[in-house]
Design a protein around this ligand. Structure first.
Ligand code: PLP
Length: 411
């Protein structure tokens, strides 16, 4: 009989968002007339920028003609998109990258989940807590997480708590991890790191020969000047960091699927005999075997993000969500609640009132206000006592949600 990868059995069957869906479905079955406002899942609601739609139409036409037809593309992506990325996302920030250091993918989830393929299962990983669940679950699948304790922590993983007492800025680990996951602007807390704060991590990684996986999926929401958009703005990061980017929240590509990963040439890790191996080369080998590239139509749509019209349309969408975030932040403050994030980020990290647990507060918001959030504890033990709201909703829904919360607080 074939054997399975037992590590999968260590994961709970249900996923955070299916637990939420179950509770919401039970509520709507009992209350069919309730008008629910969904501010839970981090999915966008604005349509794709017009420039991307037009580019997709043109690309579809290319595929209809013999002379411009495209079949399999390069596994690491087409040069037209890679060059647009380098020219627009990195050169203006003084970062030099070669085409082969960028790998186009079908979104950051795939690569943040798959990158572990090229690392030994014995590596010690460190995560900020709370955290985007993919980082942990993918390491559980790879057998890197150990055993889940009753405190909700895996004994093979180093947790770096982010809470009110450290202003959601994690401290450097007391014991050296091989790999450190950082996500800024952060999902779920909505907080950011300044250049000086991120530099401490780069310096630590260089001194300790650790590698940072830097997830910059929410980079487009940064408005303030001292917050780095890329980890490569920090000197030395080319020798210690992989960066993940996504067009999902930047340009509404959650359903279209496209992002990219940067692996600089200088970045190495050791083979079992101690010799250094270039990670770029290893990841290319992995991608050529397991990935057949993002579709031509999708890559043409992503390229259009970088045209003058595309940039203006993307900015309008981001501004819309940031304005939602401002309305929500101010609405929650006016209701007397404590809330973090929502600046340079589409996420608001709401402290539950009266010491309520995350799920208790989730139920109150659902049953009393008909608002769906995401319980903070679902992102890790340090998320207990918090709830995540997203600014990706429709403007009227955000305003109405704040009205409901404020009205009940002043009953
Ligand atoms: N990284 C973080 C921190 C996210 O929050 C998400 C999506 O919510 C992703 C990556 C995945 O994004 P994509 O849609 O590009 O797969």
């Amino acid at each position: 009989m074939p054997l399975i990868n037992d590590n999968f059995l260590k994961l709970s069957d249900s996923y955070l968002f299916s637990d939420i869906a179950r509770r919401v479905n039970a509520f709507t079955a009992e209350n069919p007339g309730a008008s629910l406002i969904r501010l839970g899942i981090g999915d966008v609601t604005r349509p794709l920028p017009e420039a991307c739609i037009e580019a997709m139409h043109r690309a579809a036409d290319d595929l209809s003609r013999q002379s411009t037809f495209h079949g399999y593309g390069p596994e690491q992506g087409y040069d037209f998109l890679i060059e647009a990325i380098i020219k627009n996302d990195f050169e203006p920030r003084g970062i030099k990258l070669s085409n082969h250091e960028i790998f186009i993918n079908d979104g950051a989830k795939s690569d943040t989940g798959n990158i572990g393929d090229i690392f030994h299962h014995d590596n010690r990983i460190a995560v900020t807590d709370p955290i985007y669940p993919v980082y942990i679950d993918s390491n559980v699948m790879a057998g890197r997480a150990g055993i889940l304790g009753t405190d909700g922590r895996w004994n093979g993983i180093t947790y770096l708590p982010c809470n009110e007492s450290n202003n959601f800025v994690p401290s450097l680990p007391s014991e050296r991890p091989d790999i450190i996951y950082l996500c800024y602007p952060n999902n779920p807390t909505g907080t950011t790191l300044t250049k000086d704060e991120l530099k401490q991590w780069v310096d630590y990684a260089l001194a300790n020969r650790s590698i940072i996986f830097f997830d910059a999926a929410y980079e487009a929401f940064i408005c303030e000047t001292n917050i780095p958009h890329s980890i490569y703005e920090i000197e030395g990061a080319r020798r210690c960091a992989i960066e993940f980017r996504s067009f999902s929240k930047t340009a509404g590509f959650t359903g279209v699927r496209c992002g990219y990963t940067v692996i600089p040439d200088e970045l190495t890790a050791s083979a079992s005999d101690g010799s250094p191996v270039q990670l770029n080369r290893l990841w290319l080998r992995r991608q050529c075997t397991k990935f057949n590239g993002t579709s031509y139509v999708t890559q043409r749509a992503a390229e259009a993000i970088y045209t003058p019209e595309g940039k203006a349309q993307v900015k309008a969408n981001i501004d819309y969500y940031l304005e939602n975030a401002r309305i929500m932040r101010e609405g929650l403050h006016a209701a007397g609640m404590t809330v973090y994030g929502g600046k340079n980020s589409p996420y608001l990290w709401l402290k539950t009132p009266d010491g309520l647990g995350s799920w208790q507060f989730f139920d109150i918001l659902l049953k009393k206000h008909h608002i769906v959030g995401t319980p903070g504890v679902g992102f890790g033990p340090s998320g207990e006592g918090f709830l995540r709201l997203t600014a990706f909703g429709k403007r009227d829904d955000c305003i109405e949600a704040m009205r409901r919360i404020k009205a009940t607080c002043h009953d």
